[in-house]
Design a protein around this ligand. Structure first.
Ligand SMILES: C[S@@+](CC[C@H](N)C(=O)[O-])C[C@H]1O[C@@H](n2cnc3c(N)ncnc32)[C@H](O)[C@@H]1O
Length: 236
């Protein structure tokens, strides 16, 4: 897959019509951006209990939510700005009572009351907003909403191509107070160079500096790695 950030300039990922057209063309097929649940599972299970009330923001046609139900999760509300994908999912997933679907813009989720969810999961949706017009404002609106909807102590799971220098400033906007634990994993198809031995285990969290950056000595094995931020909502 091409680097998402370079695709940003060619595709209108921030636009609902782009996604409606794409999901019509894909005609009900499934596709998971970045990583499948199987790769994320060890991290997700550590931070998100299976009894959690979960909001999947920008679910798309990924299998992530179904895979989580198959792994014991019992309550996942899925939202997406694309009415096309939500209509498809409402029909095709009607037999899975643990999954619910609603068309909604992540920048305005006023349908839900404050502190409704134990966990909010985003895989690729904030990244899409970052491609749209007015990107910083859109990102700020979405993070404000995620923070509002989480219970105190709740967990925002952000799976993104964005390294801390471009994501932590958005997360730490006024009104939000997170305890962030970061993991970095290579792309699923990344091949380690012959003869090189991995410097560290992906299961080890990567410490952030006081300024919310990667440690200067940190070396990315895959330069296009994916970043998994577990953000615990703290008292402000
Ligand atoms: C890169 S895809 C990721 C889909 C899925 N989460 C995955 O992991 O495969 C981004 C998704 O975000 C949705 N999206 C884009 N802007 C949105 C918004 N403002 N509110 C809700 N969903 C949005 C798109 O329709 C698309 O399904």
């Amino acid at each position: 897959m091409m680097r998402y950030s370079s695709l940003c300039s060619s595709y209108d990922y921030g636009n609902a019509e782009y996604w409606n057209t794409r999901y019509l063309e894909e005609a009900g097929a499934s596709f998971d951006w970045y990583q499948r649940y199987s790769a994320l599972r060890p991290f997700v299970r550590k931070f998100v209990p299976s009894s959690s009330r979960i909001l999947m923001v920008g679910c798309g046609n990924a299998l992530m939510s179904e895979d989580m139900v198959n792994d014991g999760y019992v309550d996942i509300m899925n939202i997406d700005i694309s009415s096309v994908v939500i209509d498809i999912l409402i029909k095709s997933r009607a037999h899975i009572p643990q999954l619910k679907y609603m068309q909604m813009d992540a920048r305005n989720m006023s349908f839900f009351l404050d502190e409704t969810f134990d966990s909010v999961i985003d895989k690729g949706t904030l990244d899409s907003l970052m491609c749209g017009t007015d990107a910083p404002f859109s990102a700020s609106q979405m993070i404000y909403e995620v923070n509002r909807l989480l219970k105190p102590g709740g967990i925002f799971v952000l799976v993104t191509y964005g390294d801390p220098s471009v994501r932590v400033p958005h997360l730490n906007q006024p009104g939000c107070c997170w305890k962030i634990t970061l993991y970095i994993i290579p792309r699923p198809d990344f091949k380690t160079a012959v003869g090189s031995s991995s410097l560290r285990s992906v299961m080890e969290p990567v410490p952030l500096t006081e300024n919310g950056l990667l440690p200067p000595e940190y070396v990315l094995e895959d330069p296009e790695s994916h970043y998994i931020y577990f953000c615990k909502k703290m008292e402000g």
